[in-house]
Unconditional design. Structure first.
Length: 148
């Protein structure tokens, strides 16, 4: 899951303990959250639009997908006039803090690491929510913890 650190960082999640991951307005990213994320699933927390960009730590899904109320709020930046009770269109999950890595695992490091060649984030995917295989996840966790 990607977030700009100037908007919401791993430090913010650590401070808050848990947050809602609202405002996703891409159908593919929404589908990943709605259809694939389950309570207890672990998440790579990625700082995007940063210098450098990269994985800053880990989170965990605390609540499975549910309708994003911002889609129905005309005052919200995330308002969608097509959303309704019958067809909420947009969903969100709640995530909780798990771990901040001692050092950011930069996008350059991800791109240079064997086993991550097919990982979506290394292939210029701009989706804010992307799947990772179990092997990719474990490789990134080892990098984040400084384990060769």
């Amino acid at each position: 899951m990607k977030s700009e650190p100037s908007v919401y960082s791993i430090d913010d999640l650590e401070r808050d303990g848990q947050t809602s991951w609202e405002g996703v307005r891409n159908f593919q990213a929404r589908n990943f959250m709605r259809d694939d994320m389950r309570v207890g699933d672990r998440v790579l927390f990625y700082h995007s639009n940063a210098n450098p960009a990269g994985v800053a730590g880990l989170a965990r899904i605390a609540r499975a997908a549910y309708p994003d109320p911002a889609a129905r709020d005309p005052k919200s930046d995330y308002f969608d006039p097509r959303a309704s009770d019958e067809d909420p269109r947009w969903f969100m999950v709640d995530v909780e803090f798990e771990e901040r890595f001692p050092a950011l695992v930069s996008l350059d490091t991800l791109r240079q690491t064997p086993g991550l060649e097919k990982m979506l984030v290394t292939n210029r995917s701009r989706l804010s929510v992307q799947p990772a295989t179990e092997d990719e996840f474990e490789i990134v966790v080892r990098l984040g913890r400084g384990i060769p």
